[in-house]
Design a protein around this ligand. Structure first.
Ligand code: NOJ
Length: 532
């Protein structure tokens, strides 16, 4: 029987349309049509780094030992035996790195200030002027090249002195120490820095430091782990409480004394994984919402509404600390923007109504406890992974999660300004050819940017996007084994070598059109970038 040509053409277009949708929606495809012009005017496109991960120059020029120096020095804490004593030697090579960023065409650079470089003994000692000079040089030089500084005051590292004296973030004394440090940063740099993030990822930091014992001070208790000291049900809550109050006090100081002069903004940065239900059951749908509340809203509800999420209050007993009414007033609206670090998405399974006995490594330890919100998280369903794997064990490529998390934050916080302060891909294959020819990293960024642009067209007020990270660096507990950089660091010369993704980012930032993945325009010659 002869087919009617019209029906045939129509069904072909439907198939083509479906194919196009499938390509765009697929988490693994590289066919995402995205260009700089899809983002609003004035949008910040940058790269992000943090002090301990790149600076090196251990104890140099008056710098003091940090919690991370202390942790890395103890055998066994880092299985790789690595430390940040030299890392990328950015302390000495920052001009080269600034030139690299300039050549990429970014208009913003997110970096953090090393607390122990500025205040080797916290407020119990002098300000190290060499550190002030160093950060001034960075700020002045990036501004000269049209790059806006986006400064994180505290990114996981602090003077060991504060741990030794009173136990770091477990003590309320840390609040005053933090404000003291923040004030020094504002006094010295706020005339030129318009974007300040007080603290990076308090939620992830306390999980690593007091539950998994993977970050200093490496404390934990069963069922999460067996450490010599710690209480994993309580300490993460105490440390976050101190971090939130420290944030609010620093933000108040900034608002009263520094903000108006430069029309600046201050915010906090949260680790923002997306959670989606493991099944269509209503219990798992609730579990996904609860996971978001116990992770993301744990930090953001207090700084927007002045108190912990009602979901957390409901399930935690007295262990969840209370804010006084003065503290609630201080916390409320203590941010001008929300910074989200987004990498991946988890499936969430309810453990209130269903049994979630956790006896293998696929489920979440402690999922029957309030700290986890009675949720277990998974990275696969019926044996199928949630996305393509990356170099980080539980990070999979799930581009649509970017849209999901941004819209969650938009809706819950009445469309506050958002910056995506980190998004990045760590290669699973570090040695072979694809390490430098990192097509997967390019696909990753294009796909996540595609869904970010969709969130913006759905009304989210997103103002910037920072790639984590400029160059391979000290990836905390994973040492130098996990690599997120657009640039590779050659050992032992420490030369910076562009990966294909560096060329793609430059192309993306300089072009109005979208591009092919294999474009020869991406290939940057090493010589050009090693001129310094
Ligand atoms: C978030 C942290 O802020 C950063 O320091 C870390 O390197 C990346 N995630 C990748 O794990």
């Amino acid at each position: 029987m002869k087919k009617n040509p019209t029906t045939c053409r129509a069904s072909r277009s439907v198939i083509l349309l479906l194919l196009a949708i499938v390509t765009v929606e697929s988490s693994t495809g590289g066919n995402f049509d995205i260009k700089r012009l899809d983002f609003p005017d004035g949008f910040l496109f940058g790269t992000a780094t943090s002090a301990y991960q790149i600076e090196g120059a251990y104890l140099e020029d008056g710098s003091g030992p940090s919690n991370w120096d202390h942790f890395a020095a103890v055998g066994g804490n880092l299985s790789t035996g690595d430390n940040g004593y030299i890392t990328d030697d950015y302390y000495h090579r920052y001009m080269e790195d600034i030139e690299i960023m300039h050549s990429l065409g970014v208009n913003a650079y997110r970096f953090s200030i090393s607390w122990s470089r500025v205040l080797p003994k916290g407020k119990f000692g002098e300000v190290n002027q060499a550190a002030i000079i160093f950060y001034n040089k960075i700020i002045d030089n990036i501004l000269l090249r049209g790059i806006q500084p986006f400064v994180t005051i505290h990114h996981f590292d602090y003077p060991q002195e504060l741990e030794d004296r009173y136990g770091g973030w477990l003590s309320p004394s840390m609040q005053e120490d933090f404000v003291y440090f923040a004030e020094i940063c504002f006094k010295n740099f706020a005339d030129r820095v318009k974007h300040w993030a007080t603290i990076n990822e308090p939620n992830l930091f306390v999980e690593m430091a007091y539950v998994r014992a993977a970050f200093p001070p490496a404390r934990c208790s069963p069922p999460y782990g067996n450490c010599a000291q710690g209480n994993s049900d309580v300490e993460p809550l105490t440390a976050v409480h101190n971090m939130l109050l420290a944030h609010a006090k620093a933000s108040k100081l900034y608002g009263e004394q520094f903000k108006l002069e430069v029309d600046g903004m201050i915010g906090i940065i949260v680790s923002a994984f997306m959670y989606i239900p493991l099944t269509d059951d209503k219990e798992d749908k609730e579990a996904a919402k609860r996971a978001l509340a116990f992770d993301v809203a744990w930090i953001l509800d207090p700084v927007v509404f002045g108190d912990y999420p009602p979901e957390m209050r409901r399930y935690h007993g007295k262990e969840l600390p209370y804010f006084s009414s003065d503290e609630r007033a201080l916390l409320r609206d203590s941010i001008d923007f929300i910074g989200i670090n987004h990498y991946s998405t988890f499936y969430a399974k309810d453990c209130i109504y269903s049994s979630c006995i956790c006896n293998d490594s696929s489920c979440t330890k402690g999922n029957d406890r309030p700290l986890r919100g009675f949720v277990s998280t998974f990275v696969e369903r019926n044996g199928v992974p949630i996305g393509e794997p990356t170099g980080m064990i539980r990070f999979f490529v799930v581009p649509k999660g970017m849209e999901g998390i941004v819209l969650y934050v938009k809706e819950r916080y009445h469309n506050k300004a958002i910056f995506v302060t980190e998004n990045g891909y760590s290669s699973p294959d570090n040695e072979d050819e694809s390490y430098q020819h990192d097509v997967k990293r390019i696909n990753f960024h294009k796909s996540y940017l595609y869904y970010l642009a969709r969130a913006i067209s759905n009304g989210a007020d997103v103002r910037g996007y920072f790639i984590w990270t400029l160059m391979d660096d000290f990836e905390w507990r994973s040492g130098y084994n996990v690599k997120f950089g657009l640039y590779r660091i050659h050992h032992p010369t420490l030369n910076r070598i562009p990966k294909l993704s560096a060329g793609w980012y430059r192309y993306f930032l300089s072009n109005t059109s979208s591009s092919d993945i294999e474009s020869s325009d991406y290939i940057l010659s090493d010589e050009k970038h090693l001129a310094y």
